[in-house]
Design a protein around this ligand. Structure first.
Ligand code: SAM
Length: 366
């Protein structure tokens, strides 16, 4: 079977490694926030339930170049949809990237008709369309002139909607990026990991899930269940005491973060304090993984630059020689300048699209 997974563009290497090492699949291509691969149908539940580093798992039915809407209709019409049960409903979810003289709504319209016509000819039955709560989601994506048609095995809510955010931070990090940052830091479970600007604690929660081997999808449901009668593999939770610590300046977020951590039954220490004075709250730190404020609001740039500078100096003083920092920011030029000036080795810079914002994930070594 062919599949692709989607994720914020830039994380291709993280995703490829995970798919190869943990799922033993045959990777065909990785580009623009998608990894295409071949694997067994039996992987579908695990790819969803255990998937930390991707947002969506799509069973790929067709991948081809097209010129216009007419060709989209023809390609979709040629697909055999007889695996959908006659009493099931479907919906097209379409997306378009690049310049076209038609909209994604136009794609959904022609693709929807093509699915109905294909099913009518193979099963002699008109499939019901249900845009709100479909049994089957047919995903149609047009990336420049590359057409992807597949079955979304995840559902309308991507896997980054983990279901644990009972406190809503105003600028939360996508958990897929948070988990990827922990992976990029090469954190080992016996090492102390600190997020000194932890907000609602996404990075710490994801680190705890990784460290304790907790499936990130254990609080939610998946679309594949309507088509495949299969269950994910259950693995033992790793009974280890982790050293995970969060620092956050504002009481409201400290309380929100504690609420999330408590609700998940995780042992993560959270302090109210300032990243620039980390030594007052933590000792023996091995790894820092953090998502600082971006200073995008007018008048905040200066304050943010000062925060980055003071925090990086403080971290340099408290980290041991094997210490690492993983840091995500759109202020890339400033970050490179200041990290070099303090004496860090910029071991990696991964350019990532986060929403519409071009940011970088930096891996700094002391
Ligand atoms: N990753 C977090 C999450 O998913 O909820 C969001 C982090 S948010 C982008 C940055 C956080 O840094 C904010 O919660 C902000 O209050 C906090 N912050 C700002 N200045 C700080 C400082 N000097 N020390 C510690 N925290 C600070």
């Amino acid at each position: 079977m062919k599949f692709y997974v989607t994720f914020p563009p830039g994380l291709e290497e993280v995703v490829k490694q995970e798919l190869q090492n943990c799922y033993k699949v045959k990777i065909e291509k990785a580009e623009r926030g998608r990894v295409y691969f071949r694997g067994s149908e039996k992987l579908i539940p695990d790819l969803n339930y255990w998937g930390r580093y991707w947002e969506r798992v799509v069973w790929l039915l067709h991948k081809d170049e097209v010129k216009d809407l007419e060709e989209i209709y023809k390609k979709v019409r040629s697909i055999d949809f007889s695996f959908i049960k006659p009493n099931q409903s479907f919906a097209i979810r379409s997306k378009r990237f690049g310049e076209h003289d038609f909209t994604s709504m136009d794609i959904a319209r022609v693709a929807g008709q093509a699915v109905i016509d294909s099913y009518l000819s193979s099963k002699n039955k008109r499939l019901e369309v249900n845009l709100d709560e479909p049994d089957v989601i047919v995903r149609v994506e047009l990336i420049d002139n590359l057409l992807l048609v597949g079955i979304d095995t995840t559902g309308d809510d991507g896997l980054h909607k983990r279901g644990y955010r009972i406190y809503q931070h105003p600028a939360p990090l996508n958990p897929v990026i948070a988990a990827s940052m922990v992976k990029i830091s090469s954190w080992k479970i016996n090492e102390t990991l600190v997020d000194p600007m932890c907000g609602s604690g996404t990075i710490l929660v994801e680190a705890a899930f990784i460290g304790k081997n907790i499936p990130p999808g254990h609080l939610r449901d998946f679309a594949y269940k309507k088509l495949f009668d299969m269950e994910p593999t259950q693995k033992k939770i790793r009974e280890v005491d982790l050293n995970l610590i969060g620092i956050e300046k504002f009481k409201k977020h400290v309380e929100g973060c504690k609420k999330i951590v408590k609700n998940l039954g995780l042992d993560i220490k959270i302090f109210q304090g300032e990243a620039e004075r980390m030594h007052e709250y933590v000792e023996n730190v091995d790894v820092i993984v953090t998502n600082p404020p971006y200073g995008l609001r007018i008048g905040r740039k200066y304050i943010t630059k000062k925060l980055y500078k003071d925090f990086l100096k403080e971290a340099y003083n408290i980290l041991p020689s094997h210490g690492r920092i993983v840091f995500i920011t759109p202020m890339k030029r400033f970050m490179r300048k200041i990290a070099n000036k303090i004496g860090y080795d910029i071991n990696k810079e991964i350019k990532i699209e986060y929403g519409k914002l071009p940011a970088s994930i930096f891996l700094l070594k002391c």
